[in-house]
Design a protein around this ligand. Sequence first.
Ligand SMILES: [Zn+2]
Ligand SMILES: [Zn+2]
Length: 370
Amino acid sequence: MAQQDYYELLGVAREASADEIKRAFRRRARETHPDVNDGVGAEETFKSINEAYEVLSDPEKRARYDRFGTADPRAGGYGQDMGGDFFGMDDLFSVFFGGVRGGAAARPNPDGRDLRTQVAVTLEDAGAGVEKDVVVTRLTTCATCAGSGAAEGGSVRTCPTCHGTGQQRTQRRTILGVMESTTPCQTCGATGSIIDKPCPACGGQGRTNETETIRVTIPAGVPDGYTMRVPGRGEAGVRGAHSGDLLVTVRVLPHEFLHREGHDLHVMAGINIAQAGLGGTIHVPGLAGDVEVPFGGGVHTGDVVRVKGKGMPRMDGGHGDFIVHLDVLAPKKLTKRQRELLEELGETMGTGGKGDERTPLSKLRDWLGA
Ligand SMILES: [Zn+2]
Ligand SMILES: [Zn+2]
């Protein structure tokens, strides 16, 4: 049978990204899965798609396929086995449905995978540090069999094929001589053991799907996008194999008026024209209470006052700065008294003469640079 082009099989362009290939594969596999599609040749197509994905999802194999039109190193005249063992049907099944068909697992690696999740925190919490509960549905060690995979009275014995190593050696004669390669043992699903009476709760995997709440401690000063690793709280391994980790990415929510840049916090603060002229101290709400912000006279809109050490904490110690952007606001409404005072002020500044149609206030604005 002539081999069909892998890219055509998945329905993607030759320059498709790894993500596009993954999506296309999932879609095509769902369409052609023998459990949902009993059309003629569906199973064959499903296997071909599986094979295409196996190659195109692996950068090395994909590069080889692009160059030689095949991912099989032997066909390319290499004589070197690059470990081209294709996914078995059971393995694919477990990828899709999170379970293993039948009793024996055919997963090539019995270790649990890392899991990823996100947690959102406010800027205040990011500044102070916080404990957060994240809810994770993960494969955990089966409570019924304590992870052994065996039912009560069942026994676990060493796999006769691989003698407990979980690896299978195969030899193949090639024109270059006998090539030996190591592949995950298919008899025991690379776990090294065989179960006579599998545990009914987990089907012999030694793990079941559980929804768990895991408390994570988020350090003060955490930046947006920071990922924390919680060891051993990813997927449990098959029958007691090594567990994966839980990777928690922290998303820091935007704040209503504080803007974070690195460890510094920026904020806009309005001051009146008297403060702009005379200077003073204002109190600006910060992350944890008001921050005292002193400034000298003669400031303009856009001037910046930096208060050292009042920004975000740094995870490695110390704090960033609190940076206040001043906004000089002229009053829209004046009391009679205020108007008199401003007019008087304007006169001392040489305004109000004949021919000058500008109001004292606009002159004052000029003077203040507002
Ligand atoms: Zn069990
Ligand atoms: Zn084995």
